[in-house]
Design a protein around this ligand. Sequence first.
Ligand code: ZN
Length: 270
Amino acid sequence: MLYRVEGLVIRSTDYGEGNKIITLLTPTYGKQGIVVRGAKKLKSRYGSLAQLFTYGDFSYYKTGTLGTLNSGEIIESFRELREGLEGPAYAAYASELTDRAINDDEAAAHLFHQLKACQSALAGGKDPQIVIRAYEMKVVNASGYAPMLDECVNCGRQDGPFRFSAAAGGALCLSCKHKDPTALELEETVWKLLRVFSALDLRRLGNIAVRDSSKRQLQLALRRWMDVHLNLNLKSRNFLDQWEKYGDLLGERMKRPEPIPETEAGEGKV
Ligand SMILES: [Zn+2]
C-alpha cells in the first residue's frame, strides 16, 4: 500500500550499503520506519530528506513493519539545528525522547505539532533550556503520565504550598509531604512554569525570562518525573548533561574573567 504523509525525521541510521532507515513522527500514523535506498550516495536526491530533524512530505510503500520510500520532498530542513553544538544537542535530545517515549502506530497529531514547534523554537534561537523543558512536559502528557499540579495527590487540598513528588504523582501538601521524603521544594515560579507548560501549546511559546536557579529546579523536577514514569536511558541526554555543565562553566568564566596576561610582544624582543 502506498502512503503519503507529512513527517519529522526523529531517527536516521545507516542501513546496508549506502542506505538509511529513518523513523518519522507523523500526525496520522504515529511513528513510521522507512528505508531510504541510496540515501548515503553522493548523488542521492533523498540524502537530505533522510537527515535527522527534516520536516518533509514522504510517500512510501509499506506491507510489513518497514516502509520503503517512493518519493519525497523537504518542507523545512531545520538546517540551523545541525550547526554548532547547542542546537544539535537539544534537538537530538527532543528527537530521541520522542522516539523512545511513544509507541509505533500511536496517533500522534498533537505531539507532532509540538515537536515541530519545539524544533522551530530551537532553530529560532529561543532559550533552549525553556523550550526543551516545555517539550518534555508535552511528551510526559502524551505518554499519559501528566503530573497533578493543582491539588494534593493524596488529600485533594487545593491551596499550597506543595512539594513536588515524582513517586506520588505530583503535588503533595504540607500535611501529606511525609508520603514522600524525597519530594522537592520548588520556587513558586517553577510551579507556575510547570502548570503553564502542561497547558501550553508550544506553537504559542513566547520568550520567557527565567532565572538560572529556577531553570535548574525545573530541570530537576522534570528529570525526576521522567526517571520515575518513563525510565528511558537516552544517549543524547548524557551529551546534553555534559553540554549544560559546559555552559555553566562558560557562564562562570564570563562573570569572572581571568586577568589578561601582559604581553611581552614588541618589548625589546627580537
Ligand atoms: Zn494533602
